[in-house]
Design a protein around this ligand. Structure first.
Ligand SMILES: [Zn+2]
Length: 491
């Protein structure tokens, strides 16, 4: 940047995809145990990572900006964030705005954060930051493709830039794009023209993959529009439907220097989406349908990936639904399934055979906890590994205590103390299981599993269990009357 004086830019953020249907509330310990980086540690932990902050740093270091690190924290998707937790995070982040001149703020947000008793929590955070700054200091933020964006957040930020990919692999690129735009806003002292529109369309994660219809075609139209003169950037957020809030739906956001071109291109995109909305309808099997398919397993090419999207850990479900596991046991089918078992810490496993309920009171009645059994073939305490796939590369995954059980018919059941998301094949490989040799792999995931096992999948079976991230949105109760008029609820 051509400044006389070195500019100062504050970086930070909060990331949480809140599933308001989960009974597992999110507390400060959930943030501290997943990602909590502040001050110089934020820079150290983020440099050269495929994260938004990693992308901010790429650009800000190159531009010779004075970087002021604050706090970035994230928790695994789960239930509503407590007010106390959120206020602690806000206070901590804002405390880094001290007595120096700040010329701009860049934040990594998710866009689907829901906090008890604070509607529009991300807006609340931006307003708290703005209160401590001089007037007209620009705030630019990134957001996840699953953001449920409000007009109010859009209005208060100079620019919002969303991921273009799902499964998400472009966090660093979007971080760079956001930082470049913030620097241009500061340098030119000129704010871009803006476009915002929400459509009353609800879509499920398993139909939002940007390498498949209809998102593939929608995104290629976005990239085409972004090449036009007068347009800086356009983002589409299909949104996250498992949240009982007002600001649901698909959002189109755009920025540029020419209002006419911007409006025309964004409206074209809106029309394209409306025309193609039926292509967002998911195909899925009921649990009985899955059972029928598996009865004829000899005809299915292996590995078979069974996606239990209703129990999607990355969508805030617990990852401990055992409906699919029960079927595999019933027909003595071999394969691998991962089940969240939070009580592992309390037990010492000295016997070779395990037979116990691993259910949680959060999902099951006390007298109805499913029993899981098998020979212990692997056990570890405080187990962790580093992600080496395309998603969140370099991130440490804290699995906690682990037990891997095996039945006599070679069904492996991986019990993990912490909820883990299948973002790379280490999800099972670290326990000595070779994915491509498995008959069946059950993933608790909507689409993110594709980065881990997409390449080896020979058969994919999507099943709709009783988890809270159902593919069938008509099973979800929305308390807002307006949301009940959205597609596909209105069909
Ligand atoms: Zn997402």
């Amino acid at each position: 940047m051509n400044y006389n004086k070195k500019k100062s830019i504050l970086i930070g953020g909060i990331w949480h995809e809140t599933n308001t249907y989960s009974k597992k509330k999110t507390f400060i310990k959930d943030f501290k145990s997943y990602q909590w980086h502040e001050n110089d540690n934020l820079i150290k932990k983020s440099l050269n990572t495929n994260t938004e902050i990693g992308g901010f740093l790429d650009v800000l270091n190159q531009k010779n900006v004075n970087i002021i690190p604050s706090l970035f924290t994230a928790a695994v998707p789960s239930g509503i964030v407590t007010k106390k937790t959120f206020l602690k995070i806000v206070t901590k982040l804002v405390s880094y705005i001290r007595n120096f001149q700040i010329d701009g703020v860049i934040l990594a947000l998710h866009g689907a954060l829901v906090v008890e008793k604070i509607p529009l929590a991300e807006l609340f955070l931006v307003n708290k930051i703005k209160e401590k700054l001089e007037k007209n200091i620009p705030v630019v933020a990134t957001f996840d493709l699953h953001a449920n964006l409000s007009f109010e957040l859009f209005d208060v930020c100079e620019m919002l830039i969303g991921y273009d990919t799902f499964p998400h692999v472009d966090m660093r690129q979007r971080g760079r794009e956001a930082a470049q735009n913030l620097c241009a806003i500061i340098e030119n002292k000129k704010k871009p023209k803006k476009f915002f529109k929400k459509l009353p369309i609800l879509t499920v994660p398993q139909m939002q993959s940007t390498s498949e219809t209809p998102m593939k075609e929608i995104m290629s139209s976005v990239f085409h529009a972004e090449k036009k003169m007068g347009i800086d950037t356009i983002s589409i957020s299909p949104g996250f439907p498992y949240s009982d809030i007002e600001n649901l739906g698909l959002t189109v956001i755009g920025y540029g220097s020419n209002t006419n071109v911007l409006n025309t291109e964004c409206k074209k995109l809106l029309n394209l989406i409306i025309l193609n909305k039926n292509k967002f309808s998911p195909q899925f099997l009921t649990i009985n349908g899955l059972e029928k398919k598996l009865l004829d397993i000899k005809r299915l090419k292996k590995p078979i990936i069974i996606t239990d999207a209703s129990d999607n850990v990355g969508g805030g479900a617990l990852g401990n639904n055992t409906e699919v596991l029960e079927i595999l046991k019933k027909y003595k089918l071999s394969g691998t399934v991962v089940i969240w078992s939070p009580y592992l810490r309390k037990n010492k496993f000295i016997n070779k055979f395990f037979s116990k309920s691993v259910g949680t009171k959060i999902t099951y009645e006390d007298n109805n906890l499913p029993i899981i059994d098998g020979y212990i073939i692997f056990k570890a305490t405080n187990f962790s590994y580093i992600r080496d796939g395309l998603y969140m590369t370099g991130q440490r995954v804290n699995v906690g205590n682990v037990l891997v059980l095996e039945t006599e018919f070679k069904l492996k059941i991986i019990l993990t103390e912490n909820r883990v998301m299948p973002f790379d094949d280490k999800h099972i490989k670290v326990f000595g299981i070779e994915p491509k040799l498995e008959d069946i792999i059950v993933t608790k995931s909507g689409s993110a599993w594709k980065i881990a096992f997409g390449k080896i999948a020979k058969t994919i079976l999507n099943v709709d269990t009783n988890g809270i991230c159902s593919s069938n949105l008509k099973k979800i109760t929305y308390s807002n009357d307006y949301v009940n008029t959205f597609w596909p609820l209105n069909e």
